[in-house]
Unconditional design. Structure first.
Length: 210
């Protein structure tokens, strides 16, 4: 019987296929596919919405301003980012040129749905114990319905549109940057750190993949 493909080879194959993705029009206006990164078998998988300007240019998730915010929160929550798998539900940067800048545009339901094929494969290969969806776009895509973050955060839930994968939801790090004042930024950041700490605790209680 042929042996199962080792996960690393499978991962490289899927990442390569995603590089050439034309399943929706977003590839036309982006520099490149930004696939997820991190160890296969990482206990924790973090998923955001889509790459931003910096991510699009560098080809790596969460390396721009929202990524710096996430990095800070991870350190404060005692999480080593190199041990976490980080990705996005949409793999191309949806943007609208405005002068020299490219403004972020929210992906629509169709774009999220067709792109999810890549996340489904990342999930099957990485097999994390817990998925933390950051922001409404990722959380709703995995829940299979529009969710209210404030109602769900802090609890371990089963993501119905991701094979009932155990997960949690939290705010998107970029929402901290958009808070109207320092007090709002502080509160939002503290909330993210608290949720990440809860995720680590929850992870420790969940079974590891067989
Ligand atoms: N926002 C996201 O959702 N993902 C990134 O990679 C960067 C910003």
């Amino acid at each position: 019987m042929p042996s199962a493909k080792p996960s690393a080879a499978k991962f490289a194959k899927v990442a390569r296929e995603a590089k050439g993705c034309t399943r929706c029009p977003l590839y036309k206006n982006a520099t490149q596919t930004v696939f997820g990164e991190g160890p296969i078998g990482a206990p924790l998988l973090l998923i955001g919405e889509q790459p931003g300007d910096q991510e699009d240019l560098q080809g790596r998730p969460f390396v721009g301003p929202a990524g710096k915010m996430l990095d800070r929160a991870l350190v404060e929550a005692g999480v080593d980012r190199t041990q976490v798998y980080v990705t996005n539900i949409v793999k191309h940067f949806k943007n609208e040129p405005r002068g020299k800048r490219r403004l972020h545009k929210k992906p629509n339901r169709y774009e999220v749905e067709v792109c999810k094929i890549w996340f489904d494969q990342e999930l099957a290969i990485v097999r994390p114990q817990l998925v933390v969806a950051m922001g409404v776009t990722a959380a709703s895509a995995l829940a299979g319905k529009t969710v209210t973050l404030s109602r769900l955060r802090g609890q371990v839930i089963a993501f119905a549109n991701a094979g009932n994968q155990q997960g949690m939801v939290t705010i998107h790090p970029s929402s901290i940057l958009r808070a109207p004042d320092e007090a709002g930024r502080h509160a939002a950041y503290a909330g993210l750190v608290k949720d990440l700490k809860l995720a680590v605790k929850a992870c420790a209680k969940l079974p590891t993949a067989a």
